[in-house]
Write a new protein. Structure first.
Length: 309
């Protein structure tokens, strides 16, 4: 385990993330910070009181300030407002940019060596805000989206094929929005190309459902957005870093020429280890996938130009 992981935002995603981090004992101390008076303290204490039953030794601490977060190894940023029905992720742009900016300024001062995992939406732009404000190198600023989008894609495929979710290998790249790019050419079931096992119409429907996976949950919940699978995804990224697993996961990373693009965050295959982003893997894409990735990048650049830092 590492010494300290901070989760900023003690709402649905943040609190669930803190609980999962502690249950997996990924840090000696998990600190939860939120502007809401009493919420992080109350949730943190409640979670910690589950430790004797669940059997974990991580301590969870809730606070409204940044003193307790000092020297964090990893900071997961979930602060912001979530989507309401009919709202796009980009509607959240300037409200959440202001929040992520303020949080990043604090983290830069108190945890200058931390690895940041951004969750707040619109994801790719908020990752850019955090990188710009902290000035941290790209190895230490990652966005969580691809792991979640891929988990949704794998779940839907496993259901359609009636096989274990564990046996679906897949990757969803691109921006975290309707333009995300599930890589069909790299989707396999224990190594068998998925196209041998499912017809095109069914696969297209699954890709479409994946692209709208977030909205599907928002429609059910009405007052908030998904948080169980999103928190699992953020924790998987933390785990890969803490345990130096060198896992290859789709994450939003700052591109410096990879895939022929630069100066934006986009979902690409990343190797995660103790140093954060250790490598971006450039895989061969079909012409259609290359075109879709370029379109997705444009959908990220547009709000990037509009955001006020
Ligand atoms: N990247 C993804 O795949 C993904 C998935 C799910 C949710 N999200 C995003 O994560 C964010 C959080 O979602 P949620 O469901 O937990 O929302 P939520 O409303 O339950 O929680 C957000 C929390 O942030 C807090 N907050 C607001 N301003 C803050 C500040 N300046 N400092 C600290 N805390 C502050 C709020 O008080 C609230 O408790 C949203 O932007 C949502 O869109 C992203």
């Amino acid at each position: 385990m590492v010494n300290k992981i901070t989760v900023v935002g003690a709402g649905n995603v943040g609190a669930t993330t803190a609980q999962r981090l502690a249950e997996k004992e990924l840090a000696r101390t998990v600190v939860m910070v939120d502007v809401a008076d009493g919420i992080p303290q109350g949730k943190g204490l409640d979670q910690w009181e589950s430790a004797p039953i669940e059997g974990f030794d991580s301590r969870i601490v809730g606070t409204n300030g940044y003193e307790e977060t000092a020297g964090s190894d990893i900071v997961v940023i979930t602060a912001g407002i979530a989507r309401k029905p009919g709202m796009s992720r980009d509607d959240l742009l300037n409200t959440n940019a202001g929040i992520v900016k303020q949080v990043s300024e604090q983290i830069k001062k108190t945890s200058p060596n931390a690895i940041l995992i951004i969750v707040s939406n619109p994801l790719d732009v908020m990752s850019y805000v955090a990188k710009e404000v902290t000035g941290f190198p790209r190895e230490r600023v990652l966005g969580m989206a691809g792991v979640l989008d891929t988990a949704r894609y794998r779940s839907f495929l496993a259901e359609a094929l009636d096989v274990s979710v564990r046996d679906i290998q897949a990757m969803v790249l691109g921006g975290h929005g309707d333009t995300m790019v599930p890589l069909i050419s790299y989707t396999t079931v224990s190594g068998i190309p998925v196209t041998q096992l499912i017809d095109k119409a069914k696969l297209d429907a699954i890709v479409d459902r994946t692209r709208n996976g977030g909205a599907e949950i928002v429609k059910f919940l009405k007052t908030g957005s998904a948080y169980y699978a999103p928190s699992s995804a953020a924790v998987q990224m933390c785990e890969a870093i803490v345990l130096d697993q060198k896992r290859i996961l789709p994450c939003a990373a700052w591109l410096e020429g990879e895939y022929g693009m630069k100066d934006l965050f986009l979902g690409v295959p990343c190797k995660l280890g103790r140093n954060g982003l250790e490598q971006i893997l450039e895989v061969t894409l079909t012409d259609a996938e290359t075109a879709e990735l370029a379109k997705s990048a444009e959908a990220v650049r547009e709000p990037m130009r509009a955001v006020k830092l």
